[in-house]
Ligand binder design. Structure first.
Ligand code: 13P
Ligand code: SF4
Length: 310
């Protein structure tokens, strides 16, 4: 298909024709972030999806994020530039195995990180994100046992912050488990004034070196508000684009991966391109679809999250 020379202008024009909103996550390539109407972390993006008046939601992120937007907006067209943009963490939690895990822990409520499929959400009581997981767990009575899925690293971090004992599903993100503790320590020696900021999906030996742990938006706010001049950023490097824009005088050092032949870009997030975003809007496809039964069951724990984290 013909790709226009000026993709920015073509996308702007389609946006008006479709009455569309473009929502983007911080891990998207810089051009996509620049054309987006709204950029945010998972909680902010789901709040925005819950409140938009647009007819079409173009989701520049990964599948579980676009799926959450569809769960909240069954009558809107929700487009994802590349349907293959999945999530390694969501993939670690297959519904059949999770149903058996749940059955093996009767009496437990299920709190699931938003990085999971609609089927897992439908089996959950409350959804959380990296920005509200601690707060939500703190609202559950101490006597109530909890299953936390699917991210073992965020789960362990929540256990540490709340002092609660959670039954953890052993899932993890390939991107955030690929940071090298050794190389972060070496960087700290080279940059003794730098603040180490990390996403809670990282493993404990890495988080141990962090001065600040938070969601992507929380990390961005920290860089803007903290008086330090240098930051070692331990999350997907797509976030550095907004950090540069919002805090142009700060030095941002991406934390290195374990192996030199790998990088810490999320291969799923990076499947979306400006061209694919244009084509998705032009063709009104690929769109997110869901069975109504799963959608209705997955909606409840998302609404509970939105109410509990007001
Ligand atoms: P945030 O909600 O912190 O943006 O995290 C999303 C994500 O997928 C991190 O890997
Ligand atoms: Fe999933 Fe990890 Fe990519 Fe986030 S960074 S979307 S958790 S694979």
């Amino acid at each position: 298909q013909l790709i226009p020379q000026d993709l920015f202008a073509a996308i702007e024009s389609l946006k008006k024709d479709l009455n569309a909103i473009i929502l983007a996550h911080y891990y998207q390539e810089s051009d996509i972030q620049d054309i987006a109407d709204y950029i945010g972390d998972s909680l902010e993006l789901s709040r925005k999806a819950a409140n938009t008046n647009a007819d079409v939601i173009v989701f520049a992120g990964v599948h579980f994020m676009a799926e959450t937007a569809k769960i909240l907006n069954p009558h809107k067209l929700v487009l994802l530039p590349d349907l293959e943009a999945g999530c390694s963490l969501a993939d670690t939690c297959p519904p059949k195995e999770f149903a058996a895990f749940k059955a093996a822990h009767p009496g437990h409520i299920v709190i699931s990180y938003i990085n999971c499929s609609a089927e897992i959400k439908a089996m959950s009581d409350i959804i959380c994100t990296s920005s509200n997981a601690v707060k939500l767990v703190q609202q559950i009575p101490e006597s109530q046992p909890i299953i936390f899925a699917p991210d073992r690293n965020l789960g362990r971090y929540v256990m540490q912050e709340t002092g609660r004992d959670l039954v953890l599903w052993q899932g993890a993100c390939i991107v955030h488990e690929n940071f090298s503790e050794k190389k972060i320590v070496q960087l700290k020696i080279q940059h003794p004034q730098a603040q180490v900021i990390a996403h809670p999906e990282c493993e404990e030996p890495v988080l141990r070196h962090a001065d600040f742990i938070g969601s992507t938006s929380a990390l961005l706010n920290f860089v803007q508000q903290n008086s330090a001049q240098e930051f070692i950023v331990v999350t997907e490097p797509g976030i550095i684009h907004q950090m540069h824009k919002k805090a142009p005088d700060k030095e941002l050092i991406p934390a290195p991966p374990i192996s030199n032949c790998a990088c810490n870009e999320c291969p799923f997030m990076k499947l979306n391109t400006l061209e694919k975003l244009y084509l998705a809007m032009k063709n009104k496809s690929p769109e997110i679809t869901l069975s109504e039964d799963i959608r209705v069951r997955a909606l409840k724990p998302i609404q509970r999250m939105l109410e509990m984290s007001k």
